[in-house]
Design a protein. Structure first.
Length: 178
């Protein structure tokens, strides 16, 4: 069984995260969701590569690779502790909030062996928070992540002007097996 435990605090002393993911928000107060297999993923990211200067540079690289967007702000908000006793895995996954400044035309994720272009949707924050989380074991932890991300974005001035309440489908996902 998998367990996800949310920690809204600094990383454990002497521990580096195995992965880093960000909640992506826009200046107009929406969240950018990435769709895979028809399910909305509320964070985007992945492994930290040796050439990444820090967690923010890793997020910027992953966001550009996976969903073809650029960011201008990025802040650490806490971490998820991922435990899978059956596979003897205990990892730390850093969680960030990042502001999207440019959305480029959708391209396939270069890290996938198949041709996989993620779906991208801009959702009002409140609506995005209500979307179902997969896997279900992640639901409670993800609520904490989203609350921390939204709070940090508000405190650090990520949002400008009125909050946009419109949903905008940027592109649908496409998966072509090779």
């Amino acid at each position: 069984m998998e367990k996800f435990i949310w920690h809204e605090e600094n990383l454990p002393k002497g521990r580096k995260p195995e992965r880093v993911h960000a909640v992506l928000v826009t200046k107009d107060g929406r969240m950018l969701l990435r769709y895979k297999n028809g399910s909305p993923l509320k964070v985007t990211g992945g492994h930290i590569d040796p050439e990444d200067i820090d967690m923010c540079s890793a997020v910027a690289r992953e966001v550009l690779e996976e969903i073809d967007c650029k960011i201008d702000k990025c802040d650490f908000i806490g971490y998820l502790e991922y435990i899978n006793e059956a596979e003897n895995v205990h990892e730390i996954w850093a969680r960030m909030v990042a502001r999207v400044t440019e959305i480029l035309p959708a391209q396939p994720d270069p890290a996938c062996k198949d041709i996989w272009t993620y779906g991208r949707v801009l959702e009002p924050i409140e609506k995005a928070r209500e979307e179902e989380v997969v896997p279900a074991e992640l639901t409670e932890a993800m609520r904490g992540v989203l609350d921390a991300a939204i709070r940090a974005a508000q405190e650090k001035g990520y949002f400008e002007g009125a909050m946009n309440t419109q949903t905008e489908v940027l592109n649908v996902e496409e998966h072509i097996k090779r």
